[in-house]
Design a protein around this ligand. Sequence first.
Ligand code: TRP
Ligand code: ZN
Length: 865
Amino acid sequence: MQTKPQAKYLKNYQIPSHTVSNFELDVELHPTETKIKAKATYQCNREEATLRLDGVDLQLNTVRVNGEDFKDYVQEPTSLTLSNLPEKFTLEIENTISPSTNTSLEGLYLSEGAYCTQCEAEGFRKITYFLDRPDVLTDYLVTITAEKNITYLLSNGNKISEGKLPDGRHYTKWQDPHKKPSYLFALVAGDFDVLRDKFTTRSGREVDLEIFVDKGNLSKAPHAMTSLINAMKWDEARFNLEYDLDIYMIVAVDFFNMGAMENKGLNVFNSACVLANQQTATDRDYHTIESIVGHEYFHNWTGNRVTCRDWFQLSLKEGLTVFRDQEFSSDLGSRALNRIDAVMAMRTHQFAEDSGPMAHPIRPEKVIEMNNFYTVTVYNKGAEVIRMMHTLLGEENFQKGMQLYFQRHDGQAVTCDDFVSAMNDASGKCLNQFKLWYSQFGTPKIKVETEYKQNEQKFVLKLEQIHAASDPVAQPLHIPFAIELLDEEGNSLPLSINGHSVGSVLELTEHTASYEFENICKRPIPVLLENFSAPCIVEYDYHLTDLLDILKHASSDYSRWEAAQRAFILEIKSAVCSLEQQKQVNISEELLNVLASVLKEENTDKALISELIRLPNFDTVSAEFDCIPVTELVAIFKQFEQQIAAELNSELKAAYVNSIENGEVSAAAVAARSLKSITLYYLAQTPDSDVSSWLESNSTQENMTLKLAALKAAKSADHSSAEQLITEFDANWRHDPLVMDKWFALQACTNNDGAVELVKSLYDHPCFDKSNPNRVRALVGQFTRSNPAQFHRLDGKGYELLADLLIELNDINPQNASRMVTPFMSWQRYDQQRQSLIKTQLKRIAAIENLSDDLFEKVDKALNA
Ligand code: TRP
Ligand code: ZN
């Protein structure tokens, strides 16, 4: 029997035993024997003569205390404990590591010949023995030595010297003037092409901007550079925050577990989140790059200057920084579309997590493997919690709160409570009850009832908040519930209660509340939880006609989209009932008519039209069912797509033809391509000669957005041209792995009996590599997330495919394995047969030898749910 991994608890937090200063780190790079020398001053904080340092997979060579060899230590698999120490001393440790065999992509590893590091959350301990926790801040002096063909030797802060060594190797020294925790340390060494630019901050500091990419990729770096400059400007304008070093570097690497990492002055990025040009990247990729470059830059203040006391506080930096990157994208582009994106992310991923076995509050209380808590809950729900404070306080008070937060905590490692206190104190708004959002898990349901009292000209709105049944101690939350009351033409009615006019944000603080709006002379149409003002589920018996009125007339783009989604969901739910009674399934004519007129709107943003006519995705719809009717939903989606294609044929064609774009990256061109893509997707479902020629002409386009849209449309409709287009794409793009990811993802969506075998056969494709997380997510991730018919096959082959892969990944890259297990976590949401098939696979995984903490934590929770 293996011993079970132990959980850590927030309630057991203790301050670090020692303070560290004058940290000097010497790294002599070598693929299998990199030598690390770490020297620092340790000062005891408590009355303790022992020091327990973290360290994993390290070969220890020497330990010296105050310059003398030291023997009074115990080495364990994940620690080094030194005893009988003086109160203050210099510790020197030498150890050896092997970057080339490190496939976990944590600590120091090789990515296509380049050395790079990933230290968040607890990766620094794979480099040397250290107090590897975010509340131990120190200054760093880093010396990197390597063969001279490794051109660039980079670390955090400012380069203070460099030179040649007598043996032909070279070195550079870096000093970071800002104290930082070990998770923000970075080292990169390799041969790159560099894109350079400059930025002058508002106070006149000249900053060198450098983006390092693989040789030959320089033409794909300008979009990231523009995004960085825009982010720097925006943070000054909106948040009054300036950059604080003379250099800002971004390095793009191919092997990376996440999107990017905000290491001080030296961000390391997944190359997928940097590289783009019109031939290789879609408009969506451009948008993702902008937001991630922004996100990492914004961390410089929210994360680096003020960091987390402990990892339970992760949302302190991540929720806040996601909020900031969302605002950045919204200020630069379309606010409504960015809101739609954010809400979709919540509904497709976060709601599922919050109702499954891994449900946790945005500030978790218990963690086995920290890497498992970089979740949509901590990030995206965390951002929604910040957004609610912004809604309750307003922009001005929110910014005052930010100022106070930096005034109080610059240079410190703090807690979520500290952040809320700053907001509370700066604004005078009491946030005591609001803080429960940090400790309570689950998606609150808000049950809404309405009544129109004709005689009294009053409209009554009753709200009730309901919390997860699995949380017996749940308390009522402070919920900003935004509403609008519309007349039939979509005009917003003034709101007044007891003779006083009131704002649109109701503050629900009790279990139930009732509001009587006066002077309402006709039954109004309520718009509920407008702009998704809180991360909740609204339960309200909407009539289709009300939803269609909102979709037709509301002035808020977001509300129109929400109404369209609700209307589709109503139709899909009633189609499921029809199917159960062996009846025909159809979208009602009323909805189709409104969609037809939406397609004809001339003054509406084409990107918005695209979203209004798009069916909600599979996961959003699934969330509406206790037991997800997989087969039925797949059939209904197909049927609805075909019906839209047939009955709106002329409107779709007209919209397609009128979406004129000129290959630019401008908002108008992006919007036109978006509408072209979705209309072509529908039209391909019932093809005619026009459509066939459009598929053909788009697939030969230079522009990747249009090309990929044609391929997707052809593939999903099983169009006669599909096979050939896919073969050609493969032949044309094998030199570019990021483009091939799009091809793998497309193949993963094959909906026929051969799909599982196809995916398996692609493991042998020359571009595929199980140790590269991007490839694995493109192929298998896409299969499990976007091919419900084949993943949930009743012969269990889809589940078996995933489990086989997870078992392999457990040894290669546990962090990636653990992220890929997500589709299994919601096993309880399926029918009995599928439940038992998934459980069989989960048990297989649980039984393997050397099960990583990452997988153990999730599989164990799933099986004991
Ligand atoms: N802090 C990073 C971000 O959100 C996240 C991150 C990058 C990360 N790489 C990681 C988290 C590896 C855990 C492990 O910006
Ligand atoms: Zn982040």
